[in-house]
Design a protein around this ligand. Structure first.
Ligand code: STX
Length: 318
């Protein structure tokens, strides 16, 4: 079992104005003359963290991390009452990535994305294939209705009936026919008692089910009130809108990526983004290497997942 690369600090960081009154936090770590890679975090709304820097050899990579609109250290924060979610869509994020690439003087780069980050990586690469050197994708998520139904409308409840009760608890019984919509109402209720409780239960469900075994540290981090509110509001907003693409579009258009070396890492027991999506993607990307990890869940730092991710970034480093 491999460890992540050592902890490192950024050699540069800043806030990039992306318009609509918003700025995204970015940082660069590792070797300024190394191979550029950009890390796309999950959620959406999850933010990037110091451990994400450690997936790449700092001697060989120029590692770019950023916080997507409205979360992490980007401003304003989606937990604020006045935050305007209408200027936060997939296509805003794709444009932000291009703006950041230009700002950093990068010509082409490797795209690394897990979970929601894999969806954003596909959306970006299908829009700008000429900018992408390689793709490393983990826990494949493309926001198809079947995927949202699985995780947020009762599929995974078959495995976690106990946790599912907590997810249902804030939702009035007559609104339980469509939970993503019911949560949208709750998360934007003007009463802080209502929206805060909904945000915490939304985030508790996700953070309690993304690891093969429960990890109290992960749950504590994602149920911190202001983190949970931004995370839940942003995720729910993206799901209500189906990512602003047609159901199945990201997989349908993956043929555009035929020239891009790709590794897909998927945990067999990933309850958040089960293997059906990685499988469907691999079918339309026959050149991609699919690594199905037999004893892992969803998170990037599950043992077998981490090994496969490090193997991929090491292989693509030269
Ligand atoms: N959301 C999957 C996803 O991207 C459907 C994701 N789930 N949890 C996370 O990300 C965090 C680890 C960022 C909380």
């Amino acid at each position: 079992m491999r460890r992540m690369y050592p902890e490192i600090e950024p050699y540069d960081a800043g806030l990039l104005d992306v318009g609509d009154g918003q700025a995204i936090y970015w940082e660069t770590c590792g070797n300024p003359d190394g191979k550029p890679v950009v890390f796309l975090h999950g959620g959406p709304g999850g933010g990037s963290s110091a451990d994400h820097r450690r997936l790449f050899d700092p001697a060989r990579y120029r590692i770019v991390l950023f916080d997507q609109r409205g979360c992490g250290r980007s401003t304003p924060h989606a937990s604020a009452a006045e935050y305007d979610l209408s200027a936060n869509t997939t296509w805003h994020l794709v444009a932000d990535i291009e703006k950041l690439r230009g700002h950093l003087g990068v010509d082409t780069w490797q795209i690394f994305g897990g979970s929601w980050g894999s969806a954003l990586a596909l959306a970006y690469a299908e829009t700008h294939p000429d900018r992408v050197r390689e793709l490393v994708l983990r826990g494949i998520f493309t926001l198809r209705k079947a995927e949202l139904d699985w995780f947020y409308e009762g599929g995974a409840a078959a495995v976690f009936p106990d946790l599912w009760e907590h997810f249902l608890a804030p939702v009035p019984v007559e609104q339980r026919g469509h939970l993503i919509r019911a949560y949208s109402t709750l998360l934007h209720d003007p009463d802080p008692v209502v929206h805060a409780a909904a945000a915490i239960e939304w985030s508790r469900w996700e953070s309690s089910t993304i690891t093969l075994l429960p990890r109290p540290d992960v749950i504590a981090r994602f149920t911190e009130p202001s983190y949970a509110l931004a995370f839940a509001r942003i995720e729910n907003h993206y799901f209500v809108h189906g990512g602003w693409w047609e159901d199945g579009q990201l997989i349908r258009d993956a043929g555009r990526l035929a020239d891009i070396p790709t590794v897909i890492v998927q945990g067999r027991y990933d309850m958040c983004t089960p293997p059906m999506t990685a499988w469907a993607l691999a079918e339309v990307m026959p050149h991609a290497q699919l690594r199905m990890i037999p004893d892992a869940g969803h998170a990037f730092d599950e043992p077998g997942i981490l090994d496969a991710l490090l193997e991929a970034t090491d292989r693509f480093a030269s």
